[in-house]
Unconditional design. Structure first.
Length: 465
């Protein structure tokens, strides 16, 4: 049976609410009846659909009680604003877990993978807690905090943003002992009048919540390193660095990849170190260094960090590789369909270019979104990267990727369509045994549909994708 997480009395004390119905004890916290588990506290948030409409359904699925702002079916703690109450519950969870060391992860790319790899290391050391999936916004961060058990020893939180002033309140909720900025790039720049500089300043907000004497872990290769370092030091942080740059605390010397795995040759605080990982993306050289520094800052020994990285598999849509069996042989699918921006696109294409392939190197790309006025230029510039990586064919979907399509030489054009759904069957007909096929694009441009269609080609029952 799950351990008690919150009693109704504790929820009342944390939120200032009042009990309606019978006292209850919750073993979890949920905002979505589709994923609610028996015993959860259901928080009736507003949104496209008012969460109060789903309280009865939550109770039928076994919710222990609700956090609501108007009378609902079953037991509830009544409050004025469910989101504000969730935030207060998160802060209360943070404060009662007095022994927990907390880390925070932000950056333009790599947040979720780095967060989950850190969690793998924390789990080896003791009672650990982390964000699930990409729960990194104004709802996901307090929800993750509210779910943190009182006996947690270490925790890591993913913190994201689309605009300025979004990270600031979240990091002040988390109050991390260590924070990492994976990298800064032209992501969400349409929301920043000063472009990438604005993104860098927004990422630097993460340091404002650091505990006194906390650790800031920075990418020494990043063009905004000096700005980030200045902001971290202004917040009183101890700065530690990772990168390929001379003098980095965790320095990548080389990266050797083969099918399904790689070795990062590194120097960690000046000592030589080989780091085996189950990733092939070249960006995982730097990610691995960031993970080791974060684990160190959270009190996890190097051996546990290496063990965690050595067993950490690629997340769905973020570089997972699958051998897809056709009638006359296999091709390799590299699924990078979860998201895309110029930084991650460059890394993924470079990784593909470094791969040995019995057949062709093929990319299937859908639009990169939220890039502002330089959007079409960012897309067209991919053509040069494809040439450098010796990619044989490119398939493109979406109005923005038309800029890339127009920039490609005829010999590299595989096919173009306005949407991912229309492009998918064209790619499926084109792949052959021996090919290495990478699918990448932004969530909103539906690259995942193409990855699913290619996975469905597998002729082995039950093993597709």
């Amino acid at each position: 049976m799950a351990e008690p997480l919150w009693t109704s009395d504790e929820i009342i004390q944390a939120t200032g609410g009042k009990l309606s119905g019978k006292p209850f004890t919750a073993t979890g916290v949920s905002i979505d009846t589709r994923t609610l588990e028996p015993g959860d506290l259901f928080v009736a948030l507003g949104g496209a659909r008012d969460g109060h409409e789903f309280v009865e359904q939550a109770m039928e699925k076994g919710a222990a009680g609700a956090l609501a702002s108007r009378q609902v079916f079953g037991s509830a703690v009544m409050i004025d604003d469910p989101l504000k109450a969730l935030e207060r519950l998160g802060v209360a969870a943070r404060d009662r877990a007095t022994g927990a060391r907390r880390g925070a992860v932000t950056g333009s790319v790599g947040k979720t993978g780095v967060t989950q790899a850190i969690m793998a290391g924390l789990t080896l050391k003791g009672r650990a807690h982390s964000s699930v999936k990409s729960y990194n916004n104004h709802i996901g961060v307090p929800l993750t905090l509210a779910r943190m058990p009182r006996d947690t020893e270490r925790a890591v939180f993913e913190v994201g943003m689309n605009h300025a002033d979004e990270i600031r309140p979240l990091t002040r909720m988390v109050r991390p002992h260590a924070a990492v900025v994976t990298t800064v790039g032209p992501v969400h720049t349409e929301n920043f009048p000063d472009g990438e500089l604005g993104v860098a300043r927004a990422k630097a907000e993460i340091f404002e919540g650091l505990q006194p004497g906390g650790v800031a872990i920075l990418n020494a290769d990043d063009r905004w390193f000096d700005l980030l370092k200045g902001e971290a030091e202004k917040a009183g942080a101890e700065v530690r660095t990772f990168g390929r740059a001379e003098g980095a605390d965790a320095r990548v010397i080389d990266f050797y990849a083969e099918t399904g795995r790689a070795v990062v040759q590194a120097r960690f605080h000046g000592k030589g170190l080989d780091v085996p990982i189950l990733q092939t993306g070249v960006h995982w050289g730097l990610n691995a260094m960031a993970v080791l520094l974060m684990l160190e800052a959270l009190g996890v020994q190097l051996g546990d960090g290496l063990a965690a990285l050595g067993g950490f598999e690629p997340l769905a849509g973020r570089g997972a590789e699958t051998a897809i069996r056709l009638a006359d042989g296999d091709f390799t699918l590299i699924d990078e369909s979860y998201n895309a921006n110029p930084v991650s696109m460059a890394s993924a294409i470079a990784t593909l270019g470094a791969r040995a392939a019995a057949g062709r190197r093929i990319v299937v790309l859908t639009d990169m979104l939220e890039l502002g006025p330089q959007t079409r230029g960012f897309h067209a510039a991919i053509a040069e990267r494809l040439a450098d990586a010796r990619v044989d064919l490119a398939f493109c979907a979406g109005p923005l990727m038309k800029s890339l399509w127009d920039a490609l030489p005829p010999t590299r054009r595989g096919g173009y369509a306005e949407t991912a759904a229309v492009l998918a069957p064209l790619v499926a007909r084109a792949v052959e045994p021996g090919d290495v096929v990478m699918v990448k694009g932004s969530n909103g441009s539906k690259a995942g549909l193409i990855a699913q269609a290619l996975g469905a080609l597998d002729v082995r029952p039950g093993e597709a994708g």
